[in-house]
Design a binder for this molecule. Sequence first.
Ligand code: PLP
Length: 390
Amino acid sequence: MKLATKFGHFGGVFVPETLIPALEELEDSFLRFQDNIDCLEELGHFLKHYAGRPTPLYYASNLSRQWGAEIYLKREDLLHGGAHKTNNALGQALLARFMGKKRLIAETGAGQHGVATAMAGAVLGIPVEVYMGAVDIERQHQNVLRMQLLGARVHPVETGGRTLKDAINAALRDWVSNLDSTHYVLGTAAGPHPFPTIVKYFQSIIGKEAKEQFKQMHGGLPEAVVACVGGGSNAIGIFSAFISTPQVVLIGVEPAGKGLETNEHGAVLQKGVDGCLHGMISKVLQDTDGQIKETHSIAAGLDYPSVGPEHAHLGKTGRAIYGSATDEEAVQALIEVSRLEGIIPALESSHALAYVRKQAMYNGSLSGKAVLVNVSGRGDKDLERIAEYV
Ligand SMILES: *Cc1c(COP(=O)(O)O)cnc(C)c1O
């Protein structure tokens, strides 16, 4: 392995022996992809003409007035597919084609990453199979239909809690048996090396664009950059442009479910312990017997009992801080942003917005500050879930 496999104490490659050559081949191909002008041009072409990059940066003047901070929204909700996941799926699908792979597999929880991979497979002409927990298939039927319409096969996963964690295990099992033909498109900046680094690379376009756009519109640098954290890909994507600029405060926002005092939440970086899951060492939500806990957030895309290893590292070193927002706070922010700005953010993104809201109003830490917030996706998929609050 030529790239660093770890972020401080976190990350690494904790997988069955049989996967090691595939991960080495992936790293090697990724390094060549990054240096290949034709590959980068093609990626740029698809990001611009197919996915609609650059996404706008929008100064939310109504929210800014209401909340008492200068709020800039990075509009990943306007990306084709409705969320940042398209950046990673397109990037990895092109990488897979560069590697000569003839088949893509993916895991999905809420279905967003499955849809993004199905879109990328469709446009590039590569067959896609998606592993999805049987419980999630029930809960996210719309996205199952989308994947099928896009030509992907969806495999129900009936093991464990039949949700995202089990879908990742099933995808890894498939990959081990089909290494020659298949690339596993992992959906977030987690898993064994080199996945966290690859996903960060494809999502770093968010930070690059936003930094430049902010400079043009406001001048200088934002005082804080805020993003929601599930596995951590949209957050690391926007953070990446600012990590080496210590005066910019980086804030990741995790789901607190019904509240941090209940044990059904996904605030992994605040409540997790060091552990090993899905091929990496990171923070993990587990009980005293080492059993992984099921998480329950109103935002299905944030329901992951671990987090990408770079976030564990950024948290430990203090370079980033991690806060949380409850289901209720997220819904309130979603409704307020919809009414004040005419933008319906995803419930996931609404966690970041809710955190900004509470830290800007009532003289909190973001009061009066110039804040860059990543709107990771659009909320159309969430209408059923919030119907009772409207
Ligand atoms: C999947 C998803 C997330 C969470 O994933 P990360 O890897 O943490 O970015 C956040 N927002 C939206 C809209 C999503 O679909």
